[in-house]
Design a protein around this ligand. Structure first.
Ligand code: AMP
Ligand code: ZN
Length: 445
């Protein structure tokens, strides 16, 4: 079965046809690691993961690359604030990001290139753009001359002069406000973050970083390039212009963009100060899997509004779904599997795939063991971690009772602690005390 995806370039749903039959080369724009990822970023990364899993479920071999942007204005400013190098900062926040990936059951991409490890390749690209007349030197850096690019703006479907000129500030000696920086010459504010290049010491612009990392890790033409919708313009538009100018080849065969995570009707973003992190979700007692379930409940091309109530609903739903997973694993229901594969292959229709999981769970004719097998099969794509061991989906109420019991134990109030245990038991849960603290599990009748 073909996997079909909405290609932003053509604005239509198309079958994915990789260049090399079974091999899919996929590149995701990753984060700038100057701070914690917020759950909007994490939505985009969960969708990347679903895409990889969907392709693998369809029998394809995926080579997945996600970059780390570890040199830019924000990195330099934050590193200076904290009195550390950009490398230390990058290491710290990359580790936090990978911990979030692990908690959310996001498969680690096969390669995670860092921009600072690819400066040499970026310089070679810029030299070629200068030689071939696509780039020019201005007082503060090297610019790409947009007028020289073929079909510039095709991805964003922009009315070039009207839209772009209104969105980009003019810089003194740029030939056109549309031209964008490939390289920024060193300034005193850069705190020594600069690299030698034949055209002048400085650092790369953001767009050239991805063009070079994609080329180096996956080749000149990649099959799928993804990111959030905010990257369509200017980032992806400019990646296409540079890469195609240097390589003389199509840069990416398909473009997949995830819509925004919203909060109170606004885009979640660091600049608006309305972000929520996975850490704060966990601190409120939720399982990361509840967040993953919540994300899958909306189609990736729709905006999704985050509320704590919706997260609680997701957690309850996941726990109830998990109740249908038993110890005995039977056979996968073939009809349901076929429908599931179709939903997923149809532009990653996760809401319908989840609804089907519920249909299986509630089905009266499929045996318990076959339900388990079928739901576990679906979970190869959904990645919700469903399992007979329920630790990751302990209801909030039980966790709160457990916290109160821990406090009672600390205060040596054994009567209260026993009473709280009885209450936990009466709700169908068990609690045992280990060296590492108390452990909650479902009471098995
Ligand atoms: P950044 O670190 O801001 O470059 O973002 C990393 C990834 O998260 C990019 O693919 C962005 O498009 C995506 N992203 C940023 N904000 C949101 C949001 N509110 N909802 C969904 N994706 C987002
Ligand atoms: Zn990028």
């Amino acid at each position: 079965m073909d996997v079909t995806l909405f290609n932003t370039m053509t604005r239509s749903i198309e079958p994915l046809v990789p260049q090399n039959k079974q091999d899919v080369r996929m590149y995701h724009c990753g984060p700038t690691v100057y701070d914690f990822a917020h759950i909007g970023n994490l939505r985009a990364f969960i969708i990347n993961d679903i895409l990889r899993r969907a392709l693998e479920y369809a029998g394809l071999d995926v080579k997945q690359v996600m970059n780390i942007t570890d040199v830019d204005d924000k990195m330099i400013a934050r590193a200076a604030e904290e009195g550390v190098s950009i490398h230390t900062l990058a290491r710290e926040y990359t580790n936090f990001l990978l911990a979030d990936f692990k908690a959310l059951n996001i498969l680690i991409p096969h390669k995670i290139p860092h921009a600072t490890e690819h400066i040499g390749g970026m310089i070679v690209m810029i030299e070629k753009l200068l030689r071939d007349g696509f780039a020019y030197k201005a007082s503060d850096g090297i610019y790409f001359e947009v007028a020289k690019a073929k079909n510039y703006g095709a991805l964003a479907h922009l009315d070039l002069y009207a839209e772009i000129e209104s969105r980009i500030e003019a810089v003194q000696d740029k030939k056109s406000p549309r031209d964008f920086a490939l390289w920024k010459f060193e300034t005193p504010e850069d705190g020594g973050v600069a690299y030698d290049a034949s055209f002048g010491r400085g650092r790369p612009g953001w767009h050239i970083e991805c063009s070079e990392m994609a080329r180096d890790t996956l080749g000149e033409t990649i099959d799928i390039h993804t990111g959030g919708v905010d990257l369509i313009f200017p980032h992806h538009t400019n990646e296409i212009a540079q890469s195609e100018a240097v390589n003389g080849k199509l840069f990416a065969r398909m473009w997949v963009h995830t819509e925004f995570m919203m909060i109170d009707g606004q885009k979640m973003s660091k600049s608006l100060g309305n972000i929520i992190t996975l850490k704060s979700i966990i601190e409120r007692g939720f399982s990361p899997f509840a967040f993953r379930y919540f994300v899958l409940g909306a189609h990736y091309r729709s905006k999704q509004n985050f509320t704590w109530e919706a997260l609680e609903g997701a957690e309850n739903a996941l726990r109830k779904l998990n109740d249908h997973i038993g110890e005995e694993i039977g056979r996968v229901d073939k009809d349901c599997q076929k429908r599931f594969a179709e939903f997923i292959a149809n532009d990653l229709d996760t809401p319908r795939a989840l609804a089907l999981a519920w249909e299986v769970a509630k089905n009266k004719t499929i045996s318990a063991a076959d339900k388990t097998a079928t739901l576990l099969d679906f979970d190869r794509v959904l990645g919700l971690g469903v399992s007979p061991r329920l630790e990751m989906t302990i209801p909030l109420e039980i966790r709160n009772l457990s916290t109160r019991r821990e406090e009672a134990r600390k205060n040596k109030d054994w009567a209260k602690s026993d009473k709280l245990r009885d209450e936990i038991n009466s709700l169908g849960w068990d609690i045992s005390d280990t060296d590492k603290g108390s452990k909650i599990s479902k009471l098995i009748n």
